[in-house]
Design a protein around this ligand. Structure first.
Ligand code: NAD
Ligand code: MLT
Length: 318
């Protein structure tokens, strides 16, 4: 059966270049945000393509209910908000735009690391509240000579390594699919996870959220960490166990965390909210990919794939 896309629903905020490109290639586009599952199912009745970011949850219920849907596109990297098993069972193609936002996510991670080192966000807040408190914010530490562990040595993890080497950090890392030789070419010393925890001053996560990485950073990991470790997650909520992180912050094992992603977005549960308001936590609302450059790149990347499906229609079989 060939894939032919003639009408696409864009259900999250994607740069307008996506819509423009699709329309220029004769594909109809409907743009509607914040749809309930029932509204989404209704909208999809007349569409054979759907484009999302992370807000729309493309659940099994939605996939099963749709009779016309043929392709789901993610204007970004992570596809954990799409039920891929359900889509595969129905022969629906799931595609993403994995390259366009790597640098933006990497740069946010690097700014998290440097901010954690020097109390930047809390010191700034105190100034805005009218205080001049040099003493409270002394005792930061240099990054030079400290060990940064990168968990997940894919596109973003490698870019982070490249940039943080410039701060003279020692970089160690783990990825089950990256060899010591490959890691070495990025100046990363590849270690097994068990050897990483006790030597790291900073740990940053760059894996997908999958079965193997859910709660990867948990109470037993914190028990093996250096007192005062700092942790960064601009990958996916749920890779760090939020309850265990909160405890580690309270116990002083973890001296700071910077989070862009949460188990629930927007967060409503008490644990996540306590983490966000914790004085040692820097929290941003999932903005890793939210730069002008990245949003244009992913919008174009996803649209071009829809267009090429139509162009190669004759050969493309599912
Ligand atoms: P990538 O696929 O290039 O790299 C992910 C790496 O994780 C791969 O090399 C893979 O081998 C590795 N990995 C898989 N299982 C692992 C495990 N158990 N332990 C250690 N490593 C493991 O992906 P990427 O583009 O680098 O993205 C990384 C993460 O960042 C994804 O979760 C993505 O969704 C997220 N992301 C977030 C934002 C944001 O806005 N905050 C933006 C872009 C990407
Ligand atoms: C991604 O995985 O690409 C990010 O979460 C960015 C986004 O939400 O678009």
């Amino acid at each position: 059966m060939a894939v032919s896309i003639n009408k696409v629903l864009i259900s999250d905020s994607v740069n307008k270049k996506c819509e423009e490109l699709l329309k220029a290639h004769g594909i109809d586009v409907v743009t509607k945000f914040n749809l309930s599952p029932t509204e989404l199912i209704k909208e999809l009745e007349t569409c054979n393509g759907l484009i999302v970011r992370s807000e729309t949850k493309v659940t099994k219920e939605i996939i099963v209910a749709s009779k016309t849907l043929r392709v789901i596109g993610r204007a970004g990297t992570g596809v954990d908000n799409i039920d891929i098993d359900a889509a595969t069972r129905k022969g629906i193609i799931v595609l993403n735009a994995p390259n366009g936002n790597s640098i933006s996510a990497c740069e946010l991670t690097c700014s998290f690391i440097t901010s954690l080192a020097r109390n930047v966000t809390v010191a700034c807040q105190s100034m805005k509240e009218g205080r001049w408190d040099r003493k409270a914010f002394s005792g930061g530490s240099e990054l030079s000579g400290k060990t940064l562990a990168i968990i997940g040595l894919g596109k973003i993890g490698k870019e982070v390594a490249f940039r943080m080497r410039a701060f003279d950090m020692q970089i160690v890392g783990y990825d089950p699919f990256v060899t010591a030789e490959e890691a070495n070419t990025y100046s990363i010393k590849r270690l097994e996870l068990a050897d990483i925890w006790s030597i790291s001053d900073y740990i940053t996560i760059h894996t997908p959220l999958i079965q193997q990485t859910k709660n990867l950073i948990n109470q037993s990991v914190f028990a093996q960490c250096k007192q005062g470790v700092k942790i960064i997650n601009a990958a996916r909520g749920g890779i760090i166990n939020e309850k265990d992180l909160l405890q580690a912050l309270e116990d002083g094992i973890c001296a700071g965390a910077a989070l862009d992603v949460y188990t629930e977005e927007p967060p409503t549960n008490e644990i996540t909210k306590k983490l966000i308001s914790h004085p040692k936590v820097i929290a941003t609302p999932h903005i890793g990919a939210s730069t002008k450059e990245a949003q244009i790149r992913v919008a174009v990347e996803v649209a071009e794939q829809f267009i090429s499906l139509n162009d190669t229609n004759a050969e493309y079989k599912v």
